[in-house]
Design a protein around this ligand. Structure first.
Ligand code: ATP
Ligand code: MG
Length: 489
């Protein structure tokens, strides 16, 4: 257990008693938060009086299209959504575009959330980082990165992609940290004042050492350079190279954890959620992240057992990218036009084939997710009570909902099943005004990441849940790491 956490756990105990409060146990703040960066001047002691250090946990959902960020005052368990000062007038002001671009030999950040495919753009950075970590450097998705450095050298290319990752994250984190200092005047005046960051990566990638290593490195470099790069001042290629530290011994306040675990934290921590078996399907820009989990609550303690956790390369941007490839026109303007048509739900011929393809693939993959989960259950009929939760900005009825629901009427079930589709609860510890509750579908991952890592609901990975043996299926003896049965839920 980390030293700062021990200190803050003890302080929390002092303030709140033996068990730190759960989100739902904390009274709501009576007044709605103001739109500009609020300061906690009324409730916070003056600089001279303050004895207890601050501990702010940043939860950062690094998305392919948009990043999202939620910060939490760990001491009081109150969380708020980070909003870039320049995005306040946008319809969804919490979305931070994850794209960069090159101009005048400098790299800069794309601020406008309506632009996904900028001219000379370095977009889908998250995908580029995974390709770089896997040394898949001739992949067509890296063309823009290769063109930017005008070189084919594999090492230079992977360093460049990593540098872009550091630049993007550092520029945003710098602003997040500035806002935290504004909100908590005098932050840093006590030596134990502390900020930490949790970043999510897809579960399969989290188990892949090279990807894990690269992410750990870029987040700790970004944390280091955050004040310097706050707000993304344009940088030259040479500047970008200098953003890498040579010797990293520790990740300090930076922590990485699987996206699926982050995604369900809000759900399992809510008093409104009932124990049971769930399929969560999150449609992002590049991937659909699916997990099937059994949620148990006993003596007020929650536990998650994952039966399956899968990352499918069938995210929403695949629709316009595939359609553009089929048309033989992959320039930025054409991609942007297709994306806009897709988001408006226009039924145009260019997109039709791509959606149909996604629907077929996702149908098969979801069937596979369900089959894998069924394989982990002693009592297969447990699956009959499954409920479905959808998330992500790319979610829409066709192809995503229809493809996920179809396998429930397929060969895995003796009778067609019509599982309930339930919404994610709106957490009571998060500052959101009435109409902002609908943001939650996009914010689940960032919300889950805003908890101090020692406070996360414990979970068991799919790979650690054993498949029952044939004789155990007919005579259910329980191994240590078995999937809980319905009676145990
Ligand atoms: N109204 C809409 N209809 C369909 N798709 C949409 C709509 N609005 C946004 N999208 C798509 O949602 C995607 C962005 O969703 P989200 O913010 O959840 O992705 P992300 O978190 O950046 O990606 P990932 O989780 O894969 O890294 C984009 O591909 C965008 O085109
Ligand atoms: Mg996402």
């Amino acid at each position: 257990m980390s030293a700062p956490w021990k200190l803050f756990r003890n302080l929390k105990k002092k303030l709140f008693g033996k068990t730190p409060p759960k989100p739902d146990a904390i009274p709501k703040t009576p007044s709605a938060p103001p739109k500009t960066t609020p300061q906690i001047t009324d409730s916070s002691p003056s600089l001279q009086e303050r004895k207890d250090p601050y501990f702010i946990q940043i939860g950062f959902d690094f998305g392919t299209s948009y990043s999202k960020c939620i910060c939490r005052d760990v001491m009081t368990n109150k969380a708020w959504v980070y909003i870039d000062p320049q995005s306040q007038e946008q319809e969804l002001p919490f979305l931070i575009p994850s794209a960069l671009a090159m101009g005048n030999n400098k790299i800069f950040h794309i601020q406008d959330s309506n632009i996904h495919y900028p001219e000379n753009g370095l977009y889908h950075l998250k995908t580029a980082l995974v390709l770089a970590a896997n040394r898949q450097l001739s992949n067509p998705s890296l063309v823009a990165y290769r063109n930017a450095i005008k070189q084919n050298d594999a090492n230079r290319l992977s360093e460049f992609v990593a540098g872009c990752g550091v630049y993007f994250l550092a520029g945003v984190l710098g602003q997040v940290r500035d806002q935290i200092r504004e909100r908590f005047p005098g932050f840093g005046s006590l030596p134990k004042d502390y900020m930490a960051i949790n970043l999510a990566i897809p579960v399969e990638d989290a188990q892949h050492p090279e990807i894990n290593k690269l992410y750990s490195r870029i987040i700790s470099d970004a944390w280091e350079f955050a004040d310097q790069l706050s707000g993304h001042p344009p940088v030259s290629l040479a500047d970008l190279q200098s953003l890498r530290r040579k010797n990293i011994t520790t990740n300090g306040p930076c922590f990485i954890y699987p996206e699926v675990s982050a995604n369900v934290q809000g759900f399992v921590r809510s008093r409104a959620s009932s124990p049971g078996i769930y399929l969560l399907s999150d449609t992002g820009g590049s991937t659909v992240d699916q997990s099937v989990f059994i949620f148990m609550r006993q003596n007020n303690e929650e536990h998650l057992t994952y039966l399956a956790g899968r990352v499918l390369p069938l995210g929403s941007s695949r629709i316009e990218c595939r359609a553009a490839e089929k048309c033989g026109k992959t320039d930025c303007m054409f991609l942007e036009d297709l994306r806009e048509k897709k988001e408006r739900g226009e039924d145009v011929s260019e997109l039709r084939e791509a959606k149909y393809w996604i629907s077929k693939e996702l149908n098969l993959e979801t069937e596979c997710t369900i089959a894998l989960s069924k394989g982990k259950l002693f009592r297969k009929e447990q699956l009959n009570s499954i409920k479905v939760i959808f998330g992500g900005g790319g979610y829409c009825k066709y192809p995503y909902k229809t493809a996920v629901m179809k396998p429930f009427s397929g060969q895995l079930f003796s009778e067609a099943l019509h599982p309930d589709v339930i919404g994610m609860p709106v957490p009571s510890d998060l500052e959101l005004k009435g109409h902002e509750a609908k943001w939650m579908r996009r914010l689940n991952v960032a919300y889950g990441l805003s908890f101090e890592k020692n406070e996360l609901v414990p979970f068991t990975y799919p790979s650690d849940v054993s498949d029952p043996k044939p004789d155990e299926i007919s005579r259910p003896l329980k191994p240590t790491n078995h999937a809980p049965t319905k009676d145990e839920c």
